[in-house]
Design a protein around this ligand. Sequence first.
Ligand code: WT7
Length: 661
Amino acid sequence: MSGMEDKITSLLAEGKVYPPPEQGRDQAWVKSMDEYKEAYAHSMNDPEGYWAQRAEELVTWDKKWDRVLECDLSIPEVKWFVGGKLNLSVNCLDRHLINDRRNKAAIIWQGEPEDDVRVYTYQMLHDEVCRFANVLKKKGVKRGDRVAIYLPMVPEMAIALLACTRLGAVHSVVFAGFSAAALQSRIEDCHAKVLITADGVLRGGKAIPLKASADEALLSCPSVECCVVVRRAAIDVEMKEGRDCWWHREMSAKDISSFCEPESMDAEDMLFILYTSGSTGKPKGVVHTTGGYLTYALHTAKWVFDLKDNDIHWCTADLGWITGHSYILYGPLGLGATTLMFEGVPSYPSPDRFWKIVEKFKVSIFYTAPTAIRALMREGVEHTRKWDLSSLRLLGSVGEPINPEAWMWYYLHIGKEKLPIVDTWWQTETGGIMIAPLPYVTPLKPGAATLPLPGVDAAIFTEEGKEASPNEGGHLVIRKPWPGMLRGVFGSPERYKKAYFDRYPNIYDPEDGARRDEDGYFWMMGRLDDVINVSGHRLGTAEIESALVAHEAVAEAAAVGMPHPVKGQAVFAFVTLMSWAEESDELLAELRQHVRKEIGPIATPDVILWAPSLPKTRSGKIMRRILRKIAASDFADFGDTSTLADPSVVDELVDTRKKLG
Ligand code: WT7
């Protein structure tokens, strides 16, 4: 064990509480625990009054709302700032075009090649957004139309999202790492009129085709009338006459002006759809609306990241996820800050890339995922020492519980024992951060997301719906509506109710397990549904299973999560073949490739185990809890197996698992 690992282990053993740093507190937006407690009490006693105040302070409205909240969670139906009118791009752009701020960097973009850097001032970004909004208009995009976006992390992605909001069109971003099939089903679900994509993606020094996947998806997407293509990777693409056009050509057309009148939207008009996995095979189109989402993104960005005018804010997520939506784009730009957008990966060309970028742009706020921290931790601490990290003042974490070892490493080697770490718990559905420390105020415990933000009525419930006692594990629940909450599942009110409001009447159920300690701190324990968290990305086991059984050789499949040192969890699949099919390494490779193609590289099973049959109850239900244990090579205690139709199945699987090692 190295000296450093020793230090981490011994610090953790102490169960120490880390006081928030004093340096910076004087200038912080929230300066004391009392201020937090007061705001929290206000938000609980008078939620409408509290949120009205926040919305008034943070958002520029064309017209003020008539009612703060209309809510009936039994339907469920939630409306915030009813009657209010606003435009999101005005809040992120136009309102900053005053005085010197219009010349301030809005986006600093670091491309994957080191020399590829672009800086957009607020004025420049405003003009580009207007131009692209005019391009979309020319293509027939109107208020309420859906626009699908399938792009690498290039500035055009930010421009495209903001351009949609300019017109009141609804964007639906599909992560560029998803497959053609995944893109196709999402476009089909939301009936997108336009698709914006690129020739390819630059990743890890390679150019990977993207337009080819888009073309494949569009073979069965009749709703898409037009496909705009950004040139990024110098990859030859086919352009379909009458449907496809180049971004740069459209943008430089003579009739495209750099002003576009913003559409004044209702607070409850749909802003975007983002698909996420749940318990069923089909991803849910999570719907967010305009006024509430923006209020919540700004409120949380300001409180949790303590964002100020002179900050350089770097959230390392992709804009294809909610983290990117809220904390690369809307939160920082809405507050008039400078946001950094990075196209590459942490490991290329070497594992010091993140730290090099921190030094290069004097990043002050750094927000990443535990999986990235663990991966960099493995590469050794020397990479962190090559660069000057003294510009940093605040660190953040998101996506999965941060294990205390990773927390300590982050604290010691990146934070140099001086910086606050905000571990932020939230979800695609919540729109913004829900449970997190306030950086200069909340005492930290490594591995705890700490306390709920003002307005967030979080609790731990037992199975029976009673509040759990301190340290008793249970279901995390949110008892009051908040402005950033999802307003529905696109096209399916039944799924909305069933997925989030069925377990406990009138209470939001995030499907996460957690406990609350004697200080009221929340400790997250992971998903309670059949969703696994691979590198901070949600994957439905049902989606993976349906991809597997779609292969002709597969009769039945069960996917579970298995602990993984870097990814948190990895996909482990049990596969029963058709009687005619034969187990072979080729078939194994083919099945992995098949899942990759159906969903995307992140869903590829790390392990596939041939299962002559699966452990099922007499009523035919697969006992996943046993499969999870077998996947983790934890054979000690399978619990009650008396309801299994054929208990010998388990022994057989255990033997095969042992052979795999
Ligand atoms: C799920 C949401 C919006 C965040 C990015 C992922 C897990 C997220 C934490 C955290 C423990 C966390 C939960 C949640 N999760 N952040 N700080 N501590 N768990 O968004 O894809 O919607 O996933 O990620 O299980 O339900 P998402």
